[in-house]
Write a protein that binds this ligand. Structure first.
Ligand code: FAD
Ligand code: NAD
Length: 465
């Protein structure tokens, strides 16, 4: 039996970051992954390939629909799907190769195969090379998540598909019905709509991107509709039928039956924690009521020496949250003071414009009875946004009415995902809206809208009435 200080199961952003930090701290580390490549869902089939497709399809829309407005002449512009997919695959290959190179440089032992606990102190890894038994002082469960299936329409990889398939279609479906108006549905729905598919998003709740404030979602919905997406909210999916060889999604809205024919149906209704085949019962690790690995405030499971991080535990299923979990656990294992601020996890939908948030929103603050001041600044009044044809959207900063301390922010606009970081940093250090508004921002930048929103909290924005 090979023995380690730490054996990490799963090499996604949670697992590989944990392994690297543990190695940095001088521990002997094994990183076990059943995929042939490292990087997990995020690098192989999630964050990275979806962003590569979003970027390529954004270039297509600019060249096809807007280049002429800038005095740029082009010939006929068409999408070469094979070329687009090749580029996306090259991006993934480069990144997963980078992670493998880092693992080697940090002397992390990578073991390829499926891990299953045999006790609280050992597991077996079954791979192409047979079985290996691994013992460790600490195990970290970082096995991530898998797409949720609707019971009456199982994934078949052809018509009823998950995001794993929708990042790799060989051709543009003439029509795509997306079930779920969350991050995956809106990002991949945007990609295929830009490439020419007739996309309908069917969402159960009264609004898409439901965790955002109503005013953000109203703007978001209007912009997506202008881009050609059909959005049906408050609509309950009830089944699937085949009509003349074509698939038709059946749904109900306000008691009336609706039918949505689609060449493909992308089901994007969330992801479930993945612990299949892990033998958790043999290790004494228990799950919570949502089948996530149950952990305490230090990410310790019910079994001493076994930790769990990322999508497989409670909290937002986001790569950067998994990474921070991983760093903290490695530090706790090494006897250091690990720390994660779970109240300050930014979330972004990478559509165009992007939508970003962190902390508490205006609607949630008011629902909780908190006394807040909200500063808002529109990109329509920002010089850089006007020069860049990117005037859709606005920045909102939410601050405590008494202390002016920043409690959260929401942004819809070009590059919102980059802009939100600044406000997160201010909040991390206990900053006020006035601090944000008095910080010098270079001109002309989109970030001036963030500064102005900070000033707007005390009704002192300079470029708005
Ligand atoms: P994962 O990345 O899921 O990694 C877990 C790994 O464990 C997998 O590689 C799996 O093969 C392996 N594994 C499982 N069981 C075993 C076993 N028994 N033995 C060995 N190995 C095992 N998040 C963002 O923050 N930003 C984004 O833009 C974003 N975009 C996304 C787009 C899509 C289409 C999807 C699907 C997800 C996206 N996410 C995004 C979510 C993000 O991918 C996850 O939050 C993140 O990957 C979670 O990291 P993790 O390390 O917990 O798990
Ligand atoms: P999600 O939870 O973000 O959205 C799912 C949506 O589907 C919700 O709006 C929900 O109300 C709706 N829904 C649920 N059941 C439904 C039904 N039966 N009919 C119609 N609508 C239904 O989940 P997702 O978009 O599948 O993404 C999964 C996870 O991956 C999320 O945790 C997300 O944070 C993460 N992710 C993040 C990013 C990003 O950060 N940009 C991108 C993709 C995925």
């Amino acid at each position: 039996m090979d023995t380690y200080d730490v054996a990490v199961v799963g090499a996604g952003p949670g697992g590989y970051v944990c392994a690297f930090r543990a190695a940095q701290l001088g521990l002997k580390v094994a990183l076990i992954e059943k995929r042939p490549t490292l990087g997990g869902t995020c690098l192989n089939v999630g964050c990275i390939p979806s962003k590569a497709l979003l970027h390529s399809s954004e270039q297509l829309v600019f060249t096809r629909d807007h280049a002429a407005d800038h005095g740029i002449k082009t010939g006929p512009v068409t999408a070469d799907i094979a070329g687009l997919m090749r580029r996306k695959d090259a991006v993934v290959t480069k990144l997963v190769g980078g992670v493998a190179a880092l693992a080697k440089a940090r002397k992390v032992t990578v073991i390829t195969g499926s891990a299953s606990f045999t006790s609280a102190t050992s597991l077996t890894v079954t791979g192409a090379a047979g079985q290996t038994v691994i013992g460790a002082k600490n195990f970290v469960i970082a096995t991530g998540s898998a797409p949720v299936e609707l019971p009456f329409m199982k994934f078949d990889g052809k018509t009823v598909v998950s995001s794993d398939d929708a990042i790799a279609f060989a051709s543009v479906p003439t029509s795509l019905v997306v079930v779920g108006g969350g991050a995956i549905g809106l990002e991949l729905g945007s990609v295929w709509s830009r490439l020419g598919s007739a996309v309908t998003v069917v969402e159960f709740l009264p609004k898409i991107a439901a965790s955002y404030d109503d005013d953000i979602v109203r703007t978001f919905t209007r912009v997506l509709q202008k881009q050609g997406l059909r959005i049906e909210t408050g609509t309950k999916v009830t089944g699937l039928k085949t009509d003349g060889g074509k698939s038709v999604l059946l749904a109900e809205k306000d008691g009336k039956g609706l039918e949505f024919p689609g060449e493909k149906i992308l089901v994007a209704v969330g992801r479930r924690p993945f612990t299949d085949g892990l033998g958790l019962d043999k290790a004494g690790v228990v799950l919570d009521e949502k089948r996530r690995v149950k952990v305490d405030a230090r990410l310790r499971t019910s079994s001493p020496g076994i930790w769990a991080i990322g999508d497989v535990v409670a909290g937002p299923m986001l790569a950067h949250k998994a990474e921070e979990d991983g760093v903290a656990v490695a530090e706790w294992i090494a006897g250091k003071a690990g720390h994660v601020n779970w109240d300050l996890v930014p979330a972004i939908v990478y559509t165009d414009p992007e939508v970003a948030s962190f902390g508490i929103g205006e609607d949630a603050a008011k629902a909780k009875g908190l006394s807040v001041n909200v500063g808002r600044f529109n990109f329509a009044a920002n010089g850089r946004a006007i020069a860049s044809d990117a005037t859709d959207g606005f920045v909102k900063v939410i601050a405590d009415a008494k202390t002016d301390r920043i409690l959260g922010a929401q942004i819809i606009g070009k590059g919102a995902g980059e802009l939100i970081s600044e406000v997160v940093t201010h909040m991390e250090y206990g900053g006020s809206a006035e601090d944000l508004g008095r910080t010098i921002h270079a001109h002309p930048t989109f970030s001036e809208a963030v500064k102005e929103a900070g000033l707007a909290v005390s009704k002192s924005a300079i470029h708005a009435i």
